[in-house]
Design a protein around this ligand. Structure first.
Ligand code: SD4
Length: 329
């Protein structure tokens, strides 16, 4: 029996209650290419654990997958120690923290905000764009005005610690327009996708984007089809990593289409990652990772480089899952 089949067999035993799941262990993604019954929520990186727990409260009360993922995203946005999402996010190279977010439900409704400054919860604003406007996306001053008009919490950014780092960075980086380095440590954009008790899907993605980006730059995270895509007919996918590469392959939308055509989540994520690898000659620092759930309850992910993982919460699980990858750092 090969490693994958062995682990799948073990996973089946877990699923039928013959062996206990190992709490706190980091498990490989291919363990979850099997039906997970009931509500579930998965999200990128280690901060996903806390975010999932916030989202789980919504799912447990019979709330929608969309609302669960927005609640999870807001949890991470509030974490002032997080340098790539929300209030504690790093600024662009002119010192402005500009936040991007989007959300989508399984019926194809979506909302998005980009280049939003001084507002604590871009994910919630994205949901309000979806619910209260005829538009799919608001950016910049218009997005801010919309958030203020709807009473969303304001913040002063960058917070002092972040400002200190920024000033040090600025001093050291005279060549401000050289290709910035992508951060591949275990903290990054959060993309959350979930299935609720009714079997509907929803997702949210939120980020401060690439640290020290050019002013005006948007990544994949606020773009439906790039950073996030959801369709109740198929499932959901979300992304993290170098947004430029993810946008250029319409990443999350393609993951969902590949699942529609029969691929399992990990296979679909792998195919999109391989497209990114084929299209980018220089992969230095080019990390991208996708996670996905299909409507049979299969869960998976894949990344360019090792080190990407996601958090998963179900009725029986609350842990980190490692994805497979093509390259080693
Ligand atoms: C972006 N995908 O703005 C995001 C970056 C990311 O912080 O995942 N990192 O391109």
């Amino acid at each position: 029996m090969d490693r994958r089949k062995f682990i799948q067999a073990g996973s089946l035993l877990v699923a039928v209650g013959m062996i206990e799941p190992v709490k706190g262990a980091i498990l490989p993604a291919y363990m979850f290419e099997e039906r997970i019954e009931g509500p579930l929520i998965i999200s990128t990186w280690i901060h996903g654990l806390e975010a999932n727990r916030a989202g789980w409260k919504v799912l447990q009360q019979g709330g929608s997958a969309l609302d669960a993922t927005v609640a999870g995203a807001m949890q991470t946005e509030s974490d002032i120690t997080n340098r790539s999402v929300g209030i504690g996010g790093r600024p662009d190279r002119t010192g402005h923290v500009t936040l991007d977010a989007c959300c989508m439900d399984g019926d194809g409704r979506s909302g998005s905000v980009g280049f939003l400054e001084g507002i604590a919860h871009p994910a919630a604003v994205a949901k309000a764009v979806m619910e209260k406007t005829p538009h799919a996306m608001l950016v910049g001053a218009g997005a801010k005005q919309f958030a203020l008009d709807h009473g969303f919490e304001t913040i002063k950014t960058p917070i002092p610690e972040v400002k200190k780092d920024y000033l040090a960075w600025k001093k050291e980086n005279k060549d401000l327009f050289k290709r910035p380095k992508i951060n591949h440590e275990n903290h990054d954009t959060i993309g959350l996708i979930a299935r609720d008790a009714n079997g509907s899907f929803g997702g949210t993605c939120t980020t401060s984007g690439w640290a020290y980006k050019m002013p005006g730059r948007l990544g994949d995270s606020p773009i439906i089809g790039a950073g996030l895509f959801v369709d109740n007919e198929v499932g959901a996918a979300t992304a993290t990593g170098l947004g430029e590469a993810i946008i250029r392959v319409a990443g999350s939308a393609i993951v969902v289409e590949l699942m529609r055509n029969g691929m399992k989540p990990s296979e679909a994520c792998r195919e999109v990652v391989m497209r990114i690898i084929r299209k980018n000659k220089d992969l230095t620092g080019l990390q991208c990772g996708f996670i996905a759930i299909d409507n049979k309850g299969n869960v998976g992910g894949f990344s360019v480089y090792n080190g990407f993982n996601f958090a998963m919460k179900t009725n029986t699980r609350d842990e980190m899952v490692d994805t497979e990858y093509d390259r080693k750092w």
